[in-house]
Design a binder for this molecule. Structure first.
Ligand code: SF4
Length: 228
């Protein structure tokens, strides 16, 4: 496994290339939870449309928790796998409402990161990535969501070691990433995975972290990267 001491250099190079994104909440915690469930096996665009449709039909989230699963499925049918996602959404919202009396999810502010992840992943259909998205994107907590791009790039960079699962990747990246850099590193790994370190053939010849990557297939190594 590559030395975690190289990680700050990777973070810096990615920020030099893509910028250092500034965190601001895109959704409330309950919206982030529902959106992330809706985004399973579909694009963010489709998930966003399904979320808008659900919000239009039920302007108050507590209403969703009281609705039959079939009605939720009808409202989100544009997002794919509607029956399954409706079941997940209904189960999570009902559970949170029963446990905490409302869906503000303010209780998360009183929980440590690990406790919050453990609570959220107790609901069917809420995996560690979904829990991490809620904590990072809506609350700015330093918990790394490992999606397909983050997993692939981190694996190629040999940050995860052989045979690491997604669940283990979450633990490893949380442990080695400085908390202040988690948001930036997540966003930039996704950018890098989409634009350069693609799932098929990675574009190692134009990769700004190529000199740090043991999986490079560049025919000619990149020149040393100038320090900013
Ligand atoms: S050198 Fe290639 S494999 Fe390594 S991070 Fe860059 S694009 Fe991905």
């Amino acid at each position: 496994m590559i030395s975690p001491a190289r990680l700050p250099v990777v973070i810096k190079r990615l920020e030099h290339e893509y910028g250092r994104p500034r965190w601001q909440p895109r959704f409330s915690p309950v919206e982030e939870l529902v959106f992330t469930i809706l985004s399973q096996n579909t694009t963010d665009v489709n998930a966003g449309r399904a979320l808008d449709s659900l919000r239009k039909k039920y302007p108050v989230w507590e209403q969703v928790a009281r609705e039959p699963v079939e009605s939720i499925a009808a409202a989100i049918k544009g997002g794919g796998l509607a029956a399954t996602k409706a079941r997940y959404i209904s189960g999570a919202l009902r559970g949170i409402l029963a446990d905490h009396g409302d869906l503000t999810m303010e209780f998360l502010n009183r929980m440590e990161d690990k406790e919050a992840v453990s609570y959220l992943t107790g609901f069917t259909g809420v995996g560690i990535k979904t829990a991490a998205c809620v904590l990072l994107f809506s609350l700015g907590r330093p918990v790394m969501p490992v999606d397909t791009h983050v997993f692939r790039v981190a694996k190629r960079l040999d940050f995860l070691g052989a045979g690491a699962t997604r669940a283990r990747a979450h633990r490893i990246l949380d442990a080695i990433t400085p908390p202040a850099d988690v948001f930036s590193f997540h966003v930039n790994l996704v950018q890098h995975g989409r634009r350069v370190c693609k799932a098929g053939r990675p574009l190692c010849g134009i990769c700004v972290i190529e000199p740090l990557c043991p999986s490079s297939i560049a025919e000619e190594p990149s020149p040393p990267w100038p320090e900013p």
